[in-house]
Design a protein. Structure first.
Ligand SMILES: Cc1ncc(COP(=O)(O)O)c(C=O)c1O
Length: 425
C-alpha cells in the first residue's frame, strides 16, 4: 500500500452505519477524492472566492497566485520545464478536441489512431473527416498487448500528419511503447498527441524526455474533482494551435472590430475558470507525488496479480489483453462465459459491494467488430487493498457458481432504479 492508512483519507470509502464496506474498483472511470482535495476546494469557496486576473482585491490576488501555482505544480508533475505549456481544460476530451481543432487540419492531412481508442480520441477525427476532409488511418492492435513498431512506422511514413494514441488503454490496461512511437513519428515529420488519461494517474510521466507534442489527461481520474483536465504541450507547440473558445480572459485588448489574443496558455482558457476544481486537482497532484507514482504502479501490479491469479482457475473467466497482469497493472478486464457484463456488475454491487464498470467502456467499435456486448472491468488504485481484491474474487466465484449450467443469465438481483433503462456506455 502506498501509505498505511491511505484508505482513511478517502471519505467515500468510510464505514457508515447501515452501509457495508465499499470495494471501489472503478477508478479507471473516475477516481475517489481524498480529504486534502476536498479541503482545497472548500478553502477556495470559504476563504478567497475570487476570480483570477480580473479584480484587484485580495480574493482575486490570492486565487490568481494559487491558480498559477497549480499550473507550475502540473508542469512539475508531468516533467515539463515550462508552466506556460500547461492548459487547464474540463477533461481529456476537451484537451484532445483543442488539439484536433486547434491544429487547423484539412484535406491532405492524415491522423493515425489505433483500433482501441476511447471515443474521445476517435469521434473528433471522424468529424474532421466529414467537415474538412482530414484522412483517418487506423492501426490494428494485437490482442496479446504487443505493438509492432515496424508496422506503425510504415503507416506513419505514408504521410501521417498527426499520431493520436492512448498511452495506457482504458479497455485492457496495456501501455504502448510511447517513447519509441514519438521517436519514429517525429522521424517522419508527424506530430504526436498522447491520451494520458489512464497513464498519468499511475506512472511517472517525463514529458521533456518523452518529447510528445501534446499530452491530454483528466483530473478526475487522478484523485481530482470532476470536470478538470490538462493539456500539456512541448515547448512552442501551443503556439501552433488556434483556440477552441474565445472571449474574456483570452485577449490582451479588443476594439469593436479587432482583438489581440494573449499568449498561450491563457488564450486557451476562455471565461471564468473552474478555480475550485483546478486548486483541488493541484492538491491531488501533491497527494500523488507524496504517495509516489512508482509505489502506486507497484501497488496496482500486486493487486492485479492477486486478482488474476485467484480467478485464473475458473474456466469461464477470460481476462482481456496481455496475459501477464504486470503488463496491464491498473486494469483487469474480463468476460464471464454466459454472463452479461451489466448483470455481473449489478450482481457484484448488490451482493458484494464491489463497484466495477461494465459494458463497452466507450470503445464501441472494438466490441462491435468482435460481436461482443461488453465486459467487466475492475480497476485498481492506491486506496485499494487485498480486501477489495478478495471481495471481487468472492463475488465472481459466487456468480459463476450460481450461473453454472443455467444458461446465459445470472440470477436476478433487485436492480436499483438508477441502473434501469439507462443508456450505458
Ligand atoms: C483512455 C481514455 N481516454 C479518454 C477518456 C475520456 O476522458 P474524459 O471523459 O475525462 O474526458 C477516458 C475516460 O474514460 C479514457 O479512459
Amino acid at each position: 500500500m502506498p501509505r498505511a492508512g491511505c484508505r482513511a483519507d478517502f471519505p467515500a470509502l468510510a464505514r457508515r452505519p447501515g452501509r457495508p464496506m465499499i470495494h471501489y474498483l472503478d477508478s479507471a472511470c473516475m477516481s475517489l477524492v481524498p480529504r486534502p482535495v476536498l479541503r482545497a476546494m472548500e478553502e477556495y469557496y470559504r476563504d478567497f472566492p475570487g476570480c483570477a486576473g480580473r479584480s484587484l482585491h485580495r480574493f482575486s490576488e490570492e486565487v490568481s497566485h494559487r491558480f498559477e501555482a497549480a499550473r507550475e505544480g502540473f508542469a512539475r508533475f508531468l516533467g515539463t520545464r515550462d508552466a506556460a505549456s500547461i492548459v487547464f481544460v474540463r477533461n481529456a476530451t476537451e484537451a484532445i478536441n483543442l488539439v484536433g481543432r486547434g491544429l487547423s487540419l484539412g484535406r491532405g492531412d492524415r491522423v493515425l489512431v489505433s483500433d482501441q481508442e476511447h471515443n474521445s480520441n476517435l469521434v473528433l477525427w471522424q468529424r474532421l473527416g466529414t467537415e474538412r476532409g482530414v484522412g483517418l488511418d487506423v492501426l490494428p492492435l494485437p490482442e496479446d498487448g504487443s505493438f509492432d513498431l515496424e508496422a506503425f512506422e510504415e503507416r506513419v511514413a505514408r504521410g501521417v500528419t498527426l499520431v493520436s494514441l492512448f498511452h495506457t488503454s482504458n479497455l485492457d490496461g496495456r501501455s504502448l511503447p510511447v517513447a519509441e512511437i514519438v521517436e519514429r513519428a517525429h522521424a517522419h515529420g508527424a506530430r504526436v498527441l498522447l491520451d494520458g488519461c489512464q497513464a498519468a494517474p499511475h506512472v511517472p510521466i517525463d514529458l521533456a524526455r518523452l518529447g510528445a507534442d501534446f499530452y491530454a489527461l483528466s483530473g478526475h481520474k487522478m484523485l481530482g474533482p470532476t470536470g478538470t483536465g490538462v493539456l500539456a504541450a512541448a515547448p512552442g507547440a501551443l503556439d501552433t494551435l488556434e483556440p477552441l473558445l474565445v472571449g474574456g480572459e483570452t485577449v490582451e485588448w479588443t476594439t469593436l472590430t479587432e482583438h489581440a489574443l494573449r499568449p498561450p496558455p491563457h488564450r486557451f482558457e476562455a471565461g471564468l475558470q473552474n478555480y475550485a476544481g483546478v486548486l483541488g486537482s493541484h492538491a491531488a497532484v501533491r497527494y500523488l507525488e507524496a504517495a509516489g507514482r512508482d509505489t502506486i504502479a507497484d501497488h496496482d501490479r500486486r493487486l492485479n496479480a492477486r486478482a488474476t491469479a485467484a480467478l485464473a482457475g475458473e474456466d469461464r473467466f477470460h481476462p482481456l489483453g496481455p496475459a501477464d497482469p504486470a503488463d496491464r497493472p491498473s486494469i483487469l478486464a474480463f468476460a464471464l462465459d454466459g454472463v452479461d457484463s451489466h448483470d455481473a456488475a449489478l450482481f457484484l454491487d448488490a451482493g458484494h459491494s464491489v463497484l466495477v464498470r461494465s459494458g463497452r467502456h466507450c470503445v464501441h467499435s472494438w466490441y462491435d467488430r468482435r460481436g461482443l456486448t461488453g465486459n467487466v472491468r475492475a480497476s485498481f488504485y492506491l486506496y485499494n487493498d487485498g480486501t477489495d481484491v478478495d471481495a471481487l474474487v468472492r463475488g465472481v466465484r459466487e456468480l459463476l457458481r450460481r450461473t453454472e449450467g443455467k444458461g446465459p443469465r445470472p440470477p436476478k438481483v433487485a436492480p436499483r432504479p438508477r441502473a434501469v433503462g439507462r443508456r450505458r456506455r
